[in-house]
Design a protein around this ligand. Structure first.
Ligand SMILES: C[S@@+](CC[C@H](N)C(=O)[O-])C[C@H]1O[C@@H](n2cnc3c(N)ncnc32)[C@H](O)[C@@H]1O
Length: 282
């Protein structure tokens, strides 16, 4: 595309900008020629009007191009780690009742004996999805957009029913590696996603020495063909035992997330990592 000596490869945005630029220059030159033949006062008001129109056209077009740019950027960011609807399944049934841990709320209790190595829960996000009896669950990238959203939620001024709902989601989510095939549960250097599911195993509370379930070891994953986020029994569990997992197995050691949790009042989970992370001010 050539306009008054400007030559460019015609990308979509460039074509728009150049077409507008050509239009403006030609209009401006035309206007000036026109002005010479009219009365100065009349020319002045016409020129004012022309400039006003130009101003509006340039403004609107810039806004349009900017929004295109934002959309393109957003799509590129989303492509980096996608929001995914997956399928999750619990392979055991549990009773949900008051936890034996003081102040921990409700907990999940085994309904039957479970032997060490048994698969309790798994998630699949690949193309060939699990059977129909697997429940939908979601992976949300823990990226800049999510961080900004969390940051805005943590500000009291922006507290709304929607933010309350999101806070609830945060309580019911765990931070995992996004790659459920190649990551391991403890690999904090990889990209991270919130895993959101609403199954009964979400009632599993935190325990350290008394933890009886965990993410699978590499050997177990190979044996069971399960995801990095799956849950397996690491001890024999007797019917009636409370099921406990060491929350520090997960990625919830991120300083920013901990500072957000503290702000939102999730003292327990934020304090889990006190020894690992300094207290941050937002
Ligand atoms: C995924 S939920 C587990 C279910 C939860 N107990 C309930 O009643 O909804 C995680 C929350 O449970 C509580 N929790 C889990 N383990 C705990 C523990 N060992 N001591 C105190 N609170 C605990 C914390 O409030 C934590 O944020």
């Amino acid at each position: 595309m050539v306009c008054n000596g400007i030559k460019r490869a015609p990308s979509k945005a460039t074509v728009h900008s150049l077409a507008l630029y050509c239009l403006l220059i030609k209009k401006d030159q035309g206007d000036r020629r026109l002005m010479r033949s009219v009365h100065p006062r009349q020319g002045c008001s016409k020129r004012g009007l022309a400039w006003a129109i130009l101003f509006v056209v340039v403004g609107v077009t810039s806004l349009y191009l900017w929004s295109l740019e934002l959309e393109r950027g957003g799509k590129a960011a989303a492509r980096e780690t996608d929001f995914r609807t997956c399928r999750c399944k619990a392979f055991i049934s549990v009773d949900i009742k008051k936890s034996r841990i003081p102040g921990a709320g409700k907990g999940a209790f085994a309904k039957e004996n479970i032997s060490a190595g048994t698969l309790l829960w798994d998630i699949k996000c690949d193309a060939i999805l699990a059977e129909d009896d697997w429940e939908p669950c979601w992976m949300i990238p823990y990226d800049d957009i999510t961080r900004k959203l969390l940051y805005s939620l943590a500000l009291p001024a922006s507290k709304t029913p929607v933010s309350d709902f999101l806070v609830l989601l945060l309580l019911w989510s765990t931070l995992e590696g996004c790659d459920l095939v190649n990551d391991s549960c403890r690999d904090t250097k990889k990209k991270q996603c919130f895993l959101i599911s609403f199954g009964p195993l979400n009632y599993i509370n935190h325990g350290k020495e008394d933890a009886n379930v965990a993410c699978p070891s590499d050997a177990m994953r190979f044996q069971h063909h399960v995801s990095a986020a799956a849950l397996v029994a690491i001890k024999n569990i007797t019917a009636g035992d409370e099921i406990l997992q060491n929350y520090q197995d997960y990625h919830e050691t991120d300083p920013f997330l901990n500072s957000i949790k503290r702000k939102l009042g999730f003292e327990f989970e934020a304090n889990l990592n006190d020894d690992l992370n300094p207290k941050l001010d937002l």
